[in-house]
Design a protein around this ligand. Structure first.
Ligand code: PLP
Length: 207
């Protein structure tokens, strides 16, 4: 566990910049070099409507589609410009003591630290089992990735939900969730006001 000073530049570092020719990029893990053909076609067909704002009806339709995918209600869904926008919004949760589970993607921690939120790094040792996580009881916000970038560890759903406490918000970055067949360990379907799940279109859909 670490509460000490952290170099913000190290949190800003994205491993993909190290993926030189001949190396495989396991930092960003985009599937393929772009969206599949059918998706490109639909996006291209939508270009002619770019001159107008999306209607409330089309926004609702998008939320309904996402809600249906995860067995949730449309009012529980918020459309964002990627998980990245969700990370940038984390300081708005008003946390006074956040715990970030590591090794992990560092953007959520960067957003919280830049906003002056006190952060504790909870560092898991190999094999990175969540059960062993020493999360301070005082943490009113816990953030983790599942499955986890960069370890690729998929934590059992029960272990993730075990982190819930009264007065605490649990945020799970499931950017790679749709890479897991059946998504059995996803908590996107869990209806609870203290649980927030971020999903992404940039990995599986290369979008
Ligand atoms: C673990 C993880 N979460 C979130 C993101 C960002 O998600 P998005 O591209 O939807 O902003 C990334 C991008 O690399 C990631 O690796």
């Amino acid at each position: 566990m670490s509460t000490g000073t952290v170099d913000l530049e190290s949190l800003r570092h994205h491993g993909d910049v190290e993926a030189e020719p001949g190396l495989l990029d396991f930092a960003v893990n985009v599937q393929g070099s772009g969206p599949p053909e059918w998706l490109r076609d639909r996006l291209a067909a939508g270009l002619s409507t770019l001159g107008s704002y999306p209607s409330a009806a089309s926004e609702l339709k998008a939320r309904e589609t996402v809600a249906q995918r995860h067995g949730r209600r449309p009012e529980e869904v918020l459309l964002l410009s990627g998980g990245a926008e969700g990370f940038a919004m984390l300081p708005r949760l008003g946390s006074r003591s956040a715990a970030l589970i590591h090794p992990s993607f560092t953007e959520p921690e960067l957003a919280l630290r830049e906003a002056g939120v006190p952060v504790t790094q909870v560092i898991l040792e190999p094999p990175f089992e969540l059960r062993a996580a020493q999360v301070p009881e005082s943490a009113d916000l816990v953030v983790l990735g599942n499955p986890t970038n960069p370890t690729s560890v998929l934590h059992p759903k029960a272990d993730v939900l075990e982190l819930r406490r009264p007065g605490r918000i649990l945020v799970v970055d499931e950017a790679f969730g749709d890479a897991i067949p059946g998504e059995a360990e996803s908590i996107a379907g869990v209806e609870s006001a203290d649980v927030l799940v971020l999903r992404s279109l940039t990995k599986t859909w290369a979008l």
